[in-house]
Design a protein around this ligand. Structure first.
Ligand SMILES: Cc1cc2nc3c(=O)[nH]c(=O)nc-3n(C[C@H](O)[C@H](O)[C@H](O)COP(=O)(O)OP(=O)(O)OC[C@H]3O[C@@H](n4cnc5c(N)ncnc54)[C@H](O)[C@@H]3O)c2cc1C
Length: 492
């Protein structure tokens, strides 16, 4: 399918303009195409932009479903407020009034310990205690485990910038119990990662920065909270979303793009011909051929590997080395009357050692109340990843049955849900293994001039990081075509 929105760029003969092709219409590719369109208002030369997306719809992992009064997110359901790029883009697109923060009064996170949900004590900033009394009385960590965590105040700090696994870092600073009960389910859970392989520098560099500056995570978190009013405190929420769902961002971007958009079209080959007027040649699965001055690959890295393999085998091998795991989300709506005293808060994280079939459960309509009427509860379970890689491939009814069993055993809710939805993400979660950032730097150096990478596989998996990467790739591509344009102009 080819859509050509009316725009000044689209009506110009594309041959007269530098042409940039963006492959992949997830949030990274959409942000890149949007930023390229903005060049018509800047000093850069106008460019013709083409965005190609394999699926019939744009958005990639971002999928919002409106079912009656319920708002269900199949992929991301919110973004970190501390990373400003998503909220900034939403405001730029006129969606500022749609931005919402998660309910600050009900921000408790629960952790499953020996089969029973226990609340994270008040004053915990992610995994770091910043208030003595609630931490001291919490049953979440044993007295010995707490003592070990407090040793963070005196354990010598590591001050170099070398990478290490999240597990090594937490064991070093806070001890093994804090790793098993807190860091593994919370910090590795966010990334569907394995803490014994996960890079601290690529996923939580801030912890290493605090260690370096303050000699201790606890002192660092306390200082950060004192110094920065934006630091999430007990009364603020670190999460934001859009009232009409994350897809509102995708829809608004689509409306604002000045690009030619091809949906339901797969890029099957990418050739580099440095001597040609336009050095990149792309073929789509329907036989369409496109020549481009620059290309932004905003696909998963294994797709970028397939496309670059014939011309750049070393780059392709480096791209293929980025591991992925598969996940699925299973959402349920229950009648409140059927859920008894089910816990209140944002949700439950489950340590690997608990050996459950689900990895975590978000209480979606507690986190964001507008997602279901008050007499209902919307929750969603996370399945798969490295813990249970076989599960996401199971049939929908099997996943629903499995998640319901878990909800019954963990929360004691055995009622029939009024709605259930499964979203599967095969090879959907890139893994930032130790050494990731060095690997990405090396891989970027292997890219030929005019070829750029953006997306979850590289410099941040969160929606804000993907937006930032897409926009940065666009600015770099514009610089390359501007320089070529200037040379061509001066030789006339
Ligand atoms: C279950 C789940 C929950 C998540 N929750 C959160 C959250 O709450 N907050 C948060 O910030 N992040 C979250 N994330 C992460 C975040 O959603 C993703 O990292 C981000 O959306 C990825 O965007 P992207 O554009 O880089 O990639 P994608 O969304 O994967 O887009 C890549 C696009 O490329 C297309 N494509 C592939 N091959 C080709 C080809 N040959 N030709 C043309 N097109 C092609 C694909 O169809 C796809 O649309 C979650 C992810 C998952 C899976």
């Amino acid at each position: 399918m080819i859509t050509t929105p009316p725009s000044s760029v689209a009506t110009m003969p594309p041959d007269a303009l530098p042409h940039i092709v963006v492959v992949g219409g997830g949030i990274s590719g959409l942000s890149a195409a949007y930023e390229l369109g903005r060049s018509t208002h800047s000093a850069a030369p106008p460019v013709a932009v083409t965005l190609i997306e394999r699926e019939p719809r744009l958005g990639g992992k971002i999928v919002t479903e409106h079912s009656g009064p319920f708002l269900i997110e199949g992929g991301p359901d919110s973004f970190m407020a501390q990373k400003p790029w998503a909220a900034e883009l939403a405001r730029e697109l006129g969606l500022g009034d749609e931005l919402m923060v998660a309910s600050p009064m009900r921000r408790t996170t629960w952790v499953l310990v020996r089969g029973r949900p226990q609340p994270l004590p008040e004053g915990m900033l992610l995994i770091v205690p910043t208030r003595i009394a609630p931490f001291a009385f919490s049953p979440l960590i044993s007295p010995l485990g707490k003592l070990r965590m407090v040793l963070d105040l005196v354990v010598p700090a590591r001050r170099d910038d070398g990478d290490e696994t999240l597990a090594d870092f937490i064991r070093r600073r806070l001890g093994t119990e804090a790793l098993d009960r807190l860091a593994e389910p919370i910090l590795s859970g966010i990334h569907s990662a394995e803490c014994e392989r996960q890079s601290i520098m690529a996923t939580f560099p801030r912890f290493r920065d605090l260690e370096k500056r303050y000699g201790s995570l606890i002192r660092g978190m306390l200082a950060a909270r004192r110094n920065a009013p934006r630091e999430p405190s007990a009364h603020q929420s670190p999460f934001m979303t859009l009232r009409n769902g994350m897809s509102a961002l995708v829809e608004r971007l689509e409306q604002r793009l000045t690009a030619r958009i091809f949906t339901g079209s797969t890029v099957v080959t990418l050739a580099h011909r440095p001597a040609a007027a336009r050095p990149y040649h792309l073929c789509l699965d329907d036989g369409t051929a496109l020549d481009a001055d620059a290309v932004i690959l905003a696909t998963p890295s294994f797709v970028a590997a397939d496309l670059t393999a014939p011309g750049f085998p070393e780059l392709a091998a480096a791209l293929r080395a980025i591991r992925y795991v598969s996940t699925a989300t299973v959402s349920f709506v229950y009648r409140r009357a059927d859920t008894g005293n089910l816990l209140d808060g944002y949700g439950l994280v489950i340590p690997r050692g608990e050996q459950r079939q689900i990895n975590a459960c978000t209480l979606s309509s507690v986190k964001f109340r507008h997602r279901a009427p008050d007499e209902f509860l919307l929750l969603r379970c996370f399945v798969g990843g490295s813990r249970r890689p076989e599960l996401p491939a199971r049939e929908d009814d099997e996943l629903v049955a499995l998640a319901r069993t878990e909800i019954r055993e963990i929360f004691g809710v055995s009622a029939e849900p009024v709605l259930s939805r499964v979203y599967r993400w095969p090879n959907g979660n890139p893994q930032y293994d130790v050494g990731h950032l060095g690997h990405i730097e090396a891989l970027e150096r292997l890219c030929p001039e005019g070829l750029f990478l953006a997306g979850a596989a590289y410099r941040g998996v969160g929606v804000p990081d993907c937006i930032k990467q897409g926009r940065e790739a666009a600015r770099k591509a514009l610089m390359v075509v501007s320089a070529a344009h200037a040379v061509a102009g001066s030789s006339l």
